[in-house]
Design a protein. Structure first.
Length: 253
């Protein structure tokens, strides 16, 4: 996809806040999802009927409220970049389930979302395809053994060579790289995870893609830590971009 140097900005019709993202910017928003009942109620009113139906399918209120928060905050954030109010934004599902903005006109804003337990991460780019994933680093009985089920041989070797105390961090870092890349491509888990390899080294990079060798030079990676004991990866199409990380403010409702 060619780069477009135009600035994409908007004014939220609710908050009056404007965000600008150029073709060389990537904005990363981190938000907590455990909100009070009043804030969840405000975000509920932004959802579509289909989203509300999905929310009501959750058995436990905690998971239901986190879903409402994640979807509502997505609308709040996107409203800062496109000329619509949060409740007017319509999302569509592309191939393999990747969400996109459904506009009556071409929209240069690309976004991706990941949430894990009490946190969500939102990545915003201009004209560049983008993917994101976050995971909580947790104890695994056999990270190396599990890697044999999901990782490419090169990735397994890299993980096995890590010191014991770094293996769980290494496992989840590798997992976020792979999932973020598949989300950026819009492939989901429609491909086998051992058919491509992303090695960490000094900077994460694609080293093999069986179905699309040209992808090796097409994507760049950035790692981040949303909070303690979490790891995340952003994958962006092209090079020459700058990542800006922001926390969603508590008063932004």
């Amino acid at each position: 996809m060619s780069e477009d140097p135009r600035h994409i900005s908007s004014h939220s019709l609710i908050s009056g806040v404007c965000e600008t993202v150029t073709a060389h910017d990537v904005h990363l928003w981190i938000a907590g999802l455990d909100l009070d009942a009043e804030d969840v109620g405000r975000l509920w009113r932004l959802l579509t009927e289909e989203e509300r139906h999905r929310a009501l399918l959750f058995r436990f209120p905690l998971h239901r409220n986190r879903f409402v928060a994640a979807r509502g905050l997505l609308r709040r954030i996107l409203a800062r970049y496109v000329e619509q109010s949060p409740e007017a934004i319509r999302l569509t599902i592309g191939p393999n389930g990747k969400p996109e903005i459904a506009c009556p006109y071409p929209c240069a804003i690309h976004f991706n979302v990941s949430h894990c337990e009490a946190f969500a991460a939102y990545a915003i780019a201009n004209t560049r395809r983008i993917g994101i994933d976050i995971e909580r680093i947790r104890t695994l009985q056999d990270s190396v053994g599990i890697s044999r089920q999901f990782f490419a041989p090169e990735e397994q070797v890299e993980l096995a060579a890590m010191p014991h105390e770094q293996k769980e961090q290494g496992f989840f870092a590798c997992w976020t790289r792979k999932e973020a890349y598949l989300k950026a491509c819009g492939l989901g888990f429609s491909v086998e995870l051992d058919t491509f390899a992303i090695l960490a080294a000094a900077t994460p990079r694609l080293t093999r893609v069986d179905w699309e060798p040209d992808d090796i030079g097409r994507w760049t990676f950035a790692t981040f830590a949303p909070c303690d004991n979490y790891t995340g990866t952003v994958v962006v199409e092209g090079t020459n971009w700058t990542l800006t990380q922001r926390l969603w403010p508590d008063h932004a409702f």
